[in-house]
Write a protein that binds this ligand. Structure first.
Ligand code: SF4
Length: 359
């Protein structure tokens, strides 16, 4: 498509989208106002997270940490507990690093300045600058690329489109309601121009859209995820459960159960524990779960180990590899483990029910 035609199409979008947005926008808690702290938290939470999953977390997070200063001062354990279930914990840590800067220097008002803060990239800077400060700063994420690659029948790669569209969109922003325009594009991608089977017959852009189908963006092959096998041992005595704090790697700063880097059936698990020095114990039935990260897959088998002996005193048998030594384990009351420690969903499924647990 010629440049002139692209420009004309992009310039025709704001009135169509704004009118549609006014009638169809979802009632979401972060749309109640345009306070930059609130918009920032919502945009970071919504990266890689579904709206429904983010909604409750957002309300709880702001109830606990209502200001930038409160976020900057929050102990890491509490912060990661508030983030539990959202995944990608580095987002929470970056939020806190940026909060320390903002608490000292104030909130930047332009996309260019916002991008200097930890964890704020092109997309988030555009979202905050347009929604909170009415800058012509587009926020081009996967949703927006999908909508516009279809509207313009543009089959270039996602990365190229992100760059090109950010420039072109910026030049076609309306003179007013820029924040609403940013949100209307996101909203159309999230609710109408769906990845497969877009709802073209109800789309406000049907009259200008070239593709009117899911022909774009062209699919690219995803890199293969690395696969790891693990056996988790959930050590429990009468009232407590053994955890350790992950000090490095993925999920750093959260809590986990002891794990070995290979699969074991029940007989192998029992033999392993005896070799490690555990004498009196009983083993629960194996539970299996696969946890998928963007670049990794963990295929896990978990055993609950009931024993009154201290698991922190066991010794790793020669030739085995563990995510952390036995000595890193400490015991927490079972009911508190769920409530007070940030147990990410990668481990939470293996938590045995505590007394009085209904779920
Ligand atoms: S007409 Fe269909 S393909 Fe085009 S923008 Fe609307 S929903 Fe997407």
């Amino acid at each position: 498509m010629e440049e002139k035609q692209r420009k004309q199409i992009l310039q025709s979008l704001p009135p169509l989208l704004l009118e549609w947005y006014d009638r169809n926008k979802r009632d979401l808690p972060w749309r109640k106002d345009t306070d930059p702290y609130r918009v920032w938290i919502s945009e970071i939470m919504l990266q890689q997270t579904r709206v429904e999953a983010a909604r409750e977390h957002y309300i709880r997070f702001l109830r606990e940490l209502p200001t930038v200063q409160a976020l900057a001062d929050c102990p890491e354990d509490k912060l990661l507990k508030l983030w539990e279930g959202l995944g990608y914990y580095s987002r929470a840590r970056n939020l806190q690093k940026a909060a320390a800067i903002v608490a000292k220097n104030g909130f930047p008002h332009t996309a260019a300045e916002l991008k200097k803060l930890p964890g704020i990239g092109e997309y988030t800077a555009g979202a905050i600058a347009s929604i909170c400060f009415e800058e012509s700063a587009p926020a081009v994420d996967g949703n927006v690329v999908r909508v516009l690659s279809r509207v313009l029948s543009d089959g270039r790669s996602q990365d190229t489109l992100k760059k090109v569209l950010a420039e072109e969109l910026s030049a076609s922003y309306p003179p007013a309601r820029r924040g609403d325009y940013t949100q209307s594009l996101m909203e159309l991608g999230a609710t109408v121009c769906l990845p497969s089977s877009p709802l073209c017959l109800t789309c406000p852009l049907l009259c200008v859209c070239e593709a009117k189908s899911d022909a774009f963006p062209l699919r690219k092959e995803k890199p293969k995820r690395r696969i790891f096998y693990k056996t988790l041992f959930v050590f429990c005595d009468k009232t407590r459960i053994a955890l350790y704090r992950r000090e490095e790697g993925v999920l750093r700063g959260t809590y986990a159960f002891f794990s070995i880097g290979r699969e074991m059936d029940k007989g192998q698990a029992e033999a392993f524990l005896r070799l490690a020095g555990l004498k009196n114990f009983s083993l629960g039935s194996p539970l299996r779960h696969t946890h998928v990260f963007s670049h990794l897959e963990w295929h896990m088998t978990a055993y609950t180990v009931y024993s009154e002996e201290d698991a922190a005193k066991l010794t790793l048998p020669v030739g085995e590899s563990a995510d952390a030594p036995f000595s890193a384990l400490f015991y927490a009351e079972r009911s508190a483990a769920k409530r007070e420690f940030s147990l990410p969903s990668a481990y939470r499924w293996a938590l045995p029910p505590s007394d009085g647990d209904k779920d």
